[in-house]
Design a protein around this ligand. Sequence first.
Ligand code: FES
Ligand code: FES
Length: 159
Amino acid sequence: MSLDLIVNGQARHVAAAPTTPLLDVLRNELDLKGTRYGCGLEQCGSCMVLVDGEPVFACAREAGTCAGKRIETVESLADHPLRAAFLDEQAGQCGYCLSGILMSAKALLDRTPHPTRAQIVEALEPHLCRCGTQSRILRAVERAAAALPEGAQRLGAMS
Ligand code: FES
Ligand code: FES
């Protein structure tokens, strides 16, 4: 059995059953290890990816349901302001939760480039961070929003 997927803008053909969890296809077939397994029960958010722009728990989504759709993983964020902002804020300790959080933050900024603190909190609600770096994570998303072209003037207002 095989699947045709579009991952981070590239067409990918993988030998996997359609019922295989998307997380397993990404990590084991495509060697995209940035997306992480936490609970496997849609309760921690460490496996979050975007499918057609919407956050999806990759641990629970069958890969076959994503055929022909646009899948984005944390590896696609190398040049995104979120990456620099999370580094600048040191928004993590162990970092295990961050790849999923970054993807939910990306989805938020794509639809709401300058979110309020409440909107950021709501967007990140599905995610657990056991290290307790939530306040730095929230600041990092705000910093990334301020770094988006039309929001550059907001960075000074945050400090
Ligand atoms: S591993 Fe998917 S939500 Fe926890
Ligand atoms: S930084 Fe360790 S779980 Fe979030």
